[in-house]
Design a protein around this ligand. Structure first.
Ligand SMILES: [Fe+2]
Ligand SMILES: [Fe+2]
Length: 200
């Protein structure tokens, strides 16, 4: 067996395939391939970015009501925005289940997966590679063409791409009068500061 065939993301893919709908597996495959591309482009840890991408949507197909039940059963702190939109909980619950049922133990990988919907101020560049890859899946760009700008920025700076994505999300939330997860704001503030958009 060569290195690629027993790489951690491929082994995880094999185990996840038994419980995921084929559409979700296809999305994950596209995200792994884009995360790989972004990680290579920026000289990052490709194996780690691929593993983050492979695991990120383990429980994305689970219904919101069930995600809320699992979060409550575990005694997780649930933000009011998560209570209104329990789908956001697929990150935290997915990270916990990857550790418990799929032997994923890399703390950076689990952290990146936990926060992959809003991002996080402490994200590594590998985590941003996975985050952007998820947001610019070609099927999503087709549905929301503004995402093409996020994809194009990613070749210059993953953090600038992430900031653009969070700006777009915020603009959309304001337009539609949707609530915004508090971590979106904290992450955006951190990126603004890091990218020098704020006065010191
Ligand atoms: Fe997701
Ligand atoms: Fe995803």
């Amino acid at each position: 067996m060569n290195d690629a065939a027993d790489s951690p993301d491929l082994l995880l893919r094999e185990r996840m395939a038994a419980e995921l709908p084929s559409k979700m597996l296809a999305h994950i495959d596209r995200v792994v391939s884009l995360a790989d591309e972004f990680a290579r482009m920026h000289g990052l840890d490709v194996a780690r970015a691929r593993l983050m991408a492979q695991g990120h949507d383990l429980v994305r197909a689970v219904k919101g009501k069930e995600l809320l039940r699992r979060a409550e059963a575990r005694g997780l702190a649930i933000d009011p925005v998560e209570r209104d939109e329990p789908v956001i909980l697929h990150g935290p619950i997915g990270a916990l289940e990857l550790a418990e049922r799929f032997d994923v133990s890399d703390a950076d990988v689990l952290f990146a997966i936990h926060w992959h919907t809003p991002g996080h101020p402490d994200y590594t560049l590998e985590a941003w590679a996975m985050f952007i890859a998820d947001k610019v899946d070609p099927h999503k760009v087709e549905r929301w063409p503004a995402l093409a700008e996020v994809r194009d920025l990613a070749s210059t700076s993953l953090e600038a791409a992430a900031l653009r994505y969070l700006d777009l999300r915020l603009e959309e939330a304001i337009e539609r009068r949707h609530s915004v997860h508090p971590m979106v704001t904290l992450t955006r503030n951190a990126l603004l500061r890091r990218l020098g958009h704020l006065a010191p």
